[in-house]
Ligand binder design. Structure first.
Ligand SMILES: NC(=O)c1ccc[n+]([C@@H]2O[C@H](COP(=O)([O-])OP(=O)(O)OC[C@H]3O[C@@H](n4cnc5c(N)ncnc54)[C@H](OP(=O)(O)O)[C@@H]3O)[C@@H](O)[C@H]2O)c1
Length: 269
């Protein structure tokens, strides 16, 4: 049966020019959503907007850098000007980095990743909250398995993804009784450009091919699972069984979990 939860639902998707965000936009468009699509690469964003309209959705493309508070405010305002409300905010935009903290020449790349991965979800959420309260809407946050576990690198991606759990978990408690729900999702490896585009120590895209691409989940499957969880207003979704076990094991044998994580996430550059 076709899911119609998002039919005529006003949805903002950040990071909609590629990867999981693009797949979310197209899946939502197929359900008849009224979309606002945000990312920096205007041409790609317009392409996704065009394809969304072809699939039966409405789509507005708004070039946005989510690390800018002002641009996030404008993103929400333009959505409300166009559609009159916001029903769902999907905080998806993100970037990764490749360098260990101990190898960073300065903190420029670290601050950039934190600005996109953490504040890039806080800013749209703050701007959209009055409208989400009015519509008793949904907030979705893209975390990662690195939201739960440490990494072989003390990098800003891991720190930012951990910070999202604290922020959105607290916001969920603040919003209890308002009708606004918060769904945190933790995808496993997904076949996108996230790792290829990860910033190197000089802030340039790494450009390599990660060993994790083999067997990765497709962005389309990931998008479908995210939307099923959001439709059902679940607290959390997409936690692989291994990660559930790992969370429990970390309480009783944290050193063992550290060693496993170190093997699986050691730097590739
Ligand atoms: N792929 C995985 O294995 C995986 C696993 C767990 C979690 N995730 C999470 O899933 C989300 C989507 O990642 P993805 O895998 O789809 O990566 P992706 O293919 O690299 O797509 C990232 C998206 O974020 C946008 N973006 C990056 N910086 C931005 C900024 N400053 N302002 C606005 N948009 C920005 C990019 O668009 P522009 O470059 O055009 O701005 C692009 O649309 C991220 O939050 C990521 O952490 C991914």
């Amino acid at each position: 049966m076709v899911n119609r939860t998002f039919r005529e639902n006003v949805v903002i998707v950040t990071g909609a020019s590629a990867g999981i965000g693009r797949a979310l936009a197209l899946e939502l468009a197929g359900q008849g959503a009224m979309l606002t699509l945000a990312a920096r690469r205007t041409e790609l964003l317009e392409e996704v907007a065009g394809e969304s309209r072809n699939r039966g959705g409405e789509a507005l493309a708004i070039p946005t850098d989510v690390s800018s508070r002002e641009q996030c405010r404008r993103l929400v305002e333009q959505t409300v000007e166009r559609y009159g409300r916001v029903d769902t905010l999907i905080n998806n935009a993100g970037i990764n980095m490749t360098t260990r903290f101990t190898d960073l020449p300065d903190l420029g790349v670290f601050e950039r990743v934190m600005a996109v991965d953490f504040y890039g979800q806080v800013y749209p959420t703050h701007a959209a909250l009055p409208y989400l309260r009015a519509s008793r809407g949904r907030i979705v946050s893209l975390g990662s398995l690195k939201s739960f576990f440490a990494n072989a690198r003390a990098d800003a991606y891991t720190a930012g993804k951990h910070a999202l759990v604290g922020f959105f978990g607290s916001l969920r408690i603040e919003l209890a009784g308002t009708g606004v729900t918060v769904t945190l999702v933790y995808p496993p490896w997904v076949a996108t450009e996230l790792r290829t585009r990860a910033l190197d120590r000089d802030g340039r895209p790494w450009g390599g091919v990660s060993r994790h691409e083999e067997g990765a989940m497709s962005p389309e499957t990931c998008a479908r699972l995210i939307l099923e969880a959001a439709a059902a207003r679940k607290r959390e979704a997409l936690i692989p069984t291994r990660a559930k076990f790992g969370r429990w094991l970390a309480l009783v044998a944290p050193g063992m979990v550290d060693r496993t994580v170190a093997k699986e996430t050691e730097p590739e550059s």
